[in-house]
Design a protein around this ligand. Structure first.
Ligand code: SF4
Ligand code: SF4
Length: 125
């Protein structure tokens, strides 16, 4: 999926907050294949160990920790960063949130016309 360069001034702080938000990290078939390969397990093993049925009941999602953060979050870093799902790769370029991402909030505070002020979702996962 091409990601439009709509936020050229966006600089992620690496705070990891977006990996702690409530909700689901939805997975595509390609995500599962990539993550399984990265971890050196079969796709079925990956599904059995690391996923659950998403609330939409048509997709799998990554498991969460007890506090709601993603099970793959290690401190403030993604433990599978090179193989992270498209949903994670495409934030905030294909979808965004009204507040809570420090890098986006900073762009908004600076009056950047690039920073989306409303939640948006254009990614089809
Ligand atoms: S919340 Fe924003 S600044 Fe923090 S890690 Fe996620 S994308 Fe980067
Ligand atoms: S897979 Fe990685 S980037 Fe995506 S929510 Fe989990 S820890 Fe964050």
């Amino acid at each position: 999926m091409p990601i439009p360069n709509v936020l050229k001034d966006f600089e992620c702080t690496g705070c990891g907050e977006c990996c702690r938000w409530g909700g689901s990290v939805l997975l595509t078939d390609a995500d599962i294949a990539t993550m399984a390969c990265h971890l050196g397990v079969s796709e079925q093993e990956f599904i059995d160990r690391h996923t659950r049925l998403a609330p939409n009941r048509i997709q799998l999602a990554l498991l969460d920790k007890a506090d709601g953060s993603c099970a793959f979050l290690e401190g403030s870093r993604c433990g599978i960063y090179p193989a992270r799902p498209e949903q994670c790769r495409s934030f905030p370029f294909a979808w965004s949130v009204p507040e809570g991402c420090p890098a986006l909030d900073r762009l908004r505070a600076a009056g950047s016309p690039e920073a989306p002020r409303e939640p948006r979702r254009s990614a089809v996962l």
